[in-house]
Design a protein around this ligand. Structure first.
Ligand code: MTE
Length: 323
């Protein structure tokens, strides 16, 4: 029978957290262990996912600005009660339907996403609409590392070390008007690079939305990095949303536009399958799902099965939003 872990609080001994140096030195380790040939030929003999991570590590090609920013200092206010999930697992088990419906194929196909020269346009009900370059965004607020629980509606979970800044810092810069009540997020539309977008019957580009209050919550993060380096493409490079108290599909990847509105905008999965994917989509073990039981979750990379917590355990931060 599966082991059930009931969390007793947000405590994790620092010794349980895999140190950054372990993530950063895997290539050196594999080399020393003889897995990488002199000319890198042995890479092709690795499992496909493993070789992709090693060959396409974004930290290898950091811009001069990024070199000064990564790895960012961890903000210990956000505690976790599990180990950080291994990077090799998180980087090869992705939902990114623009590229593939098969999780371990995403990293390979997402390499086609052109991210150079990326801009993020913020428009709608704001006093100062603006288009930001990635350098603008990286300088907007101090980058910090936060360890967050990620809970997918498919009943699996991970603990991920994101790097980013609070969405509030970006919204403050554009000054939302008083009548703005929702924030819409729009990803890219590039069907020639993203084969999934050739499915013309689906409402591409991928969109998501939050209320302005949710967007301004301190937990809501714009992530530019993960595991101490810039985001690899399969995780939503160059910038994505992270909303840890909601199911993973709300955390939209590769955000190209943000629009402030006075109505609840349609969102991708809610439009495709409204009976399965709600608009609010707070993690809630008491709301059943037609396909996946929501009372428990499988921690990826371990045999641990946990009871799912209301708001994914972040009730102290967000419970007040829903009273
Ligand atoms: N964003 C876009 N643009 N396209 C997607 O298919 N999938 C979502 C979310 N963001 C998705 C997306 C889902 S279902 C999940 S669980 C998370 O991304 C997974 O993030 P990860 O692959 O970085 O772990």
């Amino acid at each position: 029978m599966a082991h059930i872990h009931i969390p007793k609080g947000w405590e994790l001994p620092e010794s349980d957290v895999t140190p950054e140096s372990v993530f950063m030195n895997r290539r050196e380790f594999l080399k020393a262990a003889g897995f990488l040939g002199a000319a890198g030929m042995a890479l092709t003999a690795c499992a496909p996912g493993e070789s992709q991570v090693l060959e396409h590590r974004p930290e290898v090609n950091l811009t001069p600005l990024e070199k000064t920013l990564y790895p960012a200092k961890r903000n210990v206010r956000y505690k976790i009660d599990s180990k950080v999930s291994p990077e090799s697992l998180a980087a090869n088990y992705n939902n990114f339907y623009e590229f593939s419906e098969i999780k371990d194929d995403v990293a390979h196909h997402a390499r086609a996403l052109p991210t150079r020269g990326w801009t993020l346009e913020v428009e709608g009900l704001v006093n100062k609409p603006q288009t930001f370059t990635m350098d603008d965004l990286l300088k907007l607020a101090p980058l910090e590392e936060r360890f967050y629980h990620l809970r997918c509606v498919e009943a699996w979970a991970m603990v991920v070390p994101w790097t980013g800044f609070p969405l509030k810092a970006l919204l403050d810069r554009v000054e939302p008007k008083n009548e703005a009540t929702y924030v819409e997020f729009v990803s890219f539309y590039m069907p020639f690079s993203a084969q999934g977008q050739l499915a013309f019957w689906q409402p591409w580009p991928y969109t998501e939305a939050l209320t302005v209050k949710e967007a301004m919550n301190e937990l809501t993060l714009m992530a530019t990095g993960i595991y101490g380096h810039p985001l690899p493409k399969q995780h939503g490079a160059p910038i994505r949303l992270v909303v840890p108290w909601k199911y993973g599909f709300k955390s939209i990847k590769s955000v190209a536009k943000i629009r402030l509105t006075d109505y609840g905008p349609p969102t991708f999965w809610n439009s495709v399958l409204p009976a399965e994917y709600g608009f609010v989509a707070n993690v809630n073990p008491n709301v059943p799902h037609p396909r996946w039981a929501q009372t428990k979750e499988k921690m990826l990379g371990s045999s641990e099965i946990r009871y799912t917590q209301m708001y994914n355990g972040y009730g102290d931060f967000v419970g007040g939003l829903y009273t």
